[in-house]
Ligand binder design. Sequence first.
Ligand SMILES: [Zn+2]
Ligand SMILES: [Zn+2]
Length: 129
Amino acid sequence: MNTRNTRQKEIVLKTLCELKTHPTILELYQAVLHKDASIGQATVYRNVSKLVEEGKIQKVLTKDGVTHYDGDCRNHSHFMCNSCHRLFDLYGVNTNNLIKAVRKSSCFIISNTYVLFEGICEECMDKCY
Ligand SMILES: [Zn+2]
Ligand SMILES: [Zn+2]
């Protein structure tokens, strides 16, 4: 891989890691543009797929079929606010117990889980009152 490609990939990764908003690919592309306007949309898309394959970033799928990206690959879950549709990180939620429960009640081999909690975030709840 030449240095230009490596640099572009690094910018994509760095931009995503700085964003805590779980951007969609388009939002990520727009953020990358702010850093380096010479990077095209196709380049961002290509690098994002590569980074997902390499396990450096992860996809977060929501029920509306939108794929969001997360630069934080630590084991964590997500919460989606049904009012503002923002995604929040949830740490310390142990999904291992969930995996254990499924293993106990089925013969499936579980390799991963994607848990998405839904509800109303603190900010939206404040607006209601
Ligand atoms: Zn909200
Ligand atoms: Zn996250």
